[in-house]
Write a protein that binds this ligand. Structure first.
Ligand code: IPM
Ligand code: MN
Length: 372
């Protein structure tokens, strides 16, 4: 077996704990890996004014696979407040590391599986098996987020205002704007990816989720592309839903869904909802995929309030490792991890607090490892 060069970026908070307790999985499975740890996250923002130092980009570039555990992300003012005067004066600004990776590496598809595990005490239904595929580089995350409103845009809005006189803006300082960017290429490659995923993994349908009854122009733009792309996959049923309705139906009838595909922010929200259906973020893995590169991470964040206590669920990190191995061709080993996590949960003896138990992160991780 070829050695997998694996960049591991533990990041912040609970990321460190779940990484430490999960990493023995490779040895257990006999997968030869060369693990190189890399710097990413809040600490490097504070120390260097850059949460993804250049050496980390180099590491990612020279690795076969990259795994991130968890990263802290804070609003602008808080981020700046934690910098030294000296760094602040260099004019740096904070951009979430994961957004940087997704955009710079062109990882346009964020794949977030949602599935039932027999005996999982916290899941909402026992017949869930769907995947949320979230656009990962554009939409409201494209970076066109302004306060104050740029002059040209302000004038444009004032001209268009017409009957909507409830908006009282005297100057660009009286408003803020975030633009949702949808590009033809971006929507097309996302939809192809979604239909191929449904086809290759046997999902029953593709659900395109948006809000075209309100975002009429950008919504219709996507619907036209959807029609075109869907026509290339004649055997695969598809439908369109409004995002609010999807949120409701995900709770009422999660078994209905196969592939849920959506723009960036709607997909962000729905994938957390998906994690909630599974019983929490402690169980939700994700893959960020592009044409060439990829990185893998649990859906959860760094959970500062739990950090350092050793109590969080390591399952999302194990399942993320499973997605990583699967993507790199280690299918049997990937399945073995899935089964080990499921079997510990089904047995119900060694569970962390989120699943109703009182095991530590390490105890649950060791129970999973013992089944491999
Ligand atoms: C996620 C996270 C990120 C996102 C944040 C940390 C920028 O919530 O991966 O879902 O919004 O995409
Ligand atoms: Mn999120």
């Amino acid at each position: 077996m070829k050695t997998l060069r694996l960049a591991v970026l533990p990041g912040d908070g609970i990321g460190i704990e779940v990484t430490e307790t999960t990493l023995p999985v490779f040895e257990k499975l006999g997968v030869p890996v060369d693990v190189q740890f890399g710097d990413i996250g809040w600490e490097f923002w504070k120390k260097e004014g850059n949460p993804v130092p250049e050496r980390t980009w180099e590491l990612i570039e020279s690795s076969d696979a990259t795994m991130i555990a968890a990263i802290t992300s804070k609003p602008h003012a808080q981020a700046m407040a934690e910098l030294s005067q000296e760094l602040r004066e260099t004019g740096v600004s904070y951009l979430s590391p994961v957004i940087q990776l997704r955009q710079r590496l062109g990882l346009f598809a964020n794949v977030r599986p949602v599935f039932s595990i027999p005996g999982n005490p916290r899941q909402i239904a026992d017949n869930m098996n769907f995947t949320v595929i979230r656009e990962n580089t554009e939409g409201l995350y494209a970076g066109f987020d302004f306060s104050p409103i740029p002059d040209e845009l302000f004038e444009f809005i004032q001209r268009k205002k017409g009957a909507r006189s409830s908006w009282q803006m005297e100057s660009p300082m009286d408003g803020a704007v975030a633009l949702r960017l949808m590009t033809r290429d971006g929507v097309k490659r996302l939809l192809h990816f979604a239909f191929q995923c449904a086809r290759d993994q046997g999902y029953p349908r593709v659900t395109w989720v948006d809000k075209p009854n309100v975002m009429r122009e950008s919504g219709q733009f996507c619907l036209d592309i959807l029609e075109e792309v869907a026509a290339e996959y004649p055997g695969i049923p598809w439908e369109v839903q409004n995002v609010d309705a999807t949120a409701m139906w995900m709770v009422r009838d999660p078994g209905h869904f196969g592939v849920i595909v959506s723009e960036n922010q709607f997909g962000d929200i729905l994938s957390d909802l998906g994690a909630g259906l599974m019983g929490g973020l402690g169980l939700a893995p994700s893959a960020n995929l592009g044409a060439e590169k990829a990185y893998f991470e649990p859906v959860h964040g760094s959970a500062p309030k739990h950090a350092g206590k050793g109590i969080v669920n390591p399952s999302a990190m194990f399942l993320t490792t499973s997605l990583t191995l699967k993507h790199h061709g280690y299918t049997d080993q990937a399945d073995a991890i899935q089964r080990a996590v499921a079997s510990v949960i089904e047995e119900g003896k060694v569970l962390t607090y989120d699943l109703g138990g009182n095991a530590t992160t390490r105890e649950m991780a060791d129970a999973i490892l013992a089944r491999l």
